[in-house]
Ligand binder design. Structure first.
Ligand SMILES: Nc1ncnc2c1ncn2[C@@H]1O[C@H](COP(=O)(O)OP(=O)(O)OP(=O)(O)O)[C@@H](O)[C@H]1O
Length: 286
């Protein structure tokens, strides 16, 4: 259902024989402030400027509803990582406020998982102990062992729990990093281009596993990426960032669960086309 003020985009020149995919909803940035009944993350008029530096972000109104998967898509340098750090409480906004699960952030948010651009595993710990690290740091290691093993299994690393990072491929290390972010059963997961360094096939497999785990556990997720197809495969809604602002939003109205083959469907490609056009409207990176 298009949001008020939204426009729709259809495929030009779609042939008479093949049914045209349903229109994709493109909403103006103003709709980013819509507040659903339950919100995982709310950014209310958020701006951020480092000390003695011009603003990186301004006027961000954005809500991630509970249990939904939202993606921030934008060119390099537009402010995506900065926004994610504000949502995690790792940076304090210069204007506005951030709320995670209804609580105003005063510092690093609790009960939240974070997956960084690089896996950042500790070389001297096994895959299992890397996954257990967040629990070990608070003295809960033993209680989490079964969950850690189950997560490694769900991510295809069942037989590799005893390996050290140097004995794992890049894709396997990325899987360990995802398991580590999930081990404490966060309700909210933030991901900063976690698969950017991986080859296309490994990346797609990880997207599928991530989508399945988030759906299984009802996790609210916010992922930052440059990758249009990754956005469409994972997201319920994509926000486009440009020069520190959210400029447009695209609702991804594809069924869930999304099988790997959906990437070849006309509707999937239509979403990619619309996002690409929206990204082109944002101009060049600054
Ligand atoms: N602490 C800082 N001090 C000054 N400038 C900063 C600081 N942190 C980030 N910036 C600048 O703010 C802008 C946004 O950075 P950010 O890392 O949020 O972008 P991004 O969209 O995540 O980029 P990428 O996709 O390349 O990771 C960049 O121009 C960056 O150089």
């Amino acid at each position: 259902m298009p949001t008020e003020g939204a426009t729709t985009a259809t495929q030009p020149g779609a042939g008479a024989s093949a049914p045209a995919p349903a229109p994709v909803t493109v909403a103006p940035a103003a709709d980013a402030g819509l507040t659903p009944a339950t919100a995982a993350i709310v950014l209310d008029g958020v701006g951020y400027a480092p000390p003695k530096h011009p603003p990186i972000l301004s006027g961000i109104h954005w809500t991630v509803p509970t249990g939904r998967f939202h993606v921030l898509l934008g060119r390099s340098g537009c402010g995506k990582t900065t926004l994610l750090k504000l949502a995690a409480g790792l940076l304090v906004p210069s204007q506005g406020r951030v709320r995670v699960e209804g609580r105003a952030l005063q510092g690093p948010a609790e009960g939240l998982g974070f997956v960084f651009q690089a896996p950042t595993l500790l070389d001297w710990l096994t895959a299992l102990d890397n996954v257990l690290l967040p629990l070990s740091l608070r003295g809960d290691r033993d209680r989490g062992r079964d969950r850690a093993l189950q997560l490694l299994d769900a991510l295809g690393l069942g037989g590799l729990a005893g390996r050290y990072p140097r004995q794992l491929s890049g894709g396997q290390q990325a899987r360990v990093a995802v398991a580590r972010a999930l081990v404490a059963a966060p309700r909210v997961l933030l991901l900063d281009e976690p698969f950017a360094a991986l080859d296309a096939l490994t990346r797609e497999a990880l997207q599928e596993d991530l989508a399945a785990l988030c759906a299984r556990d009802g996790i609210s997720a916010l992922l930052v990426t440059h990758d249009i197809a990754e956005s469409v495969f994972l997201a319920d809604r994509v926000a486009l960032m440009s020069a520190g602002c959210i400029v447009e939003q695209v609702a991804v109205e594809l069924p869930r669960p999304r099988p790997p083959g959906i990437r070849y469907d006309a509707a999937f490609n239509e979403h990619c086309r619309v996002l690409r056009a929206a990204l082109d409207r944002t101009g060049s990176a600054r």
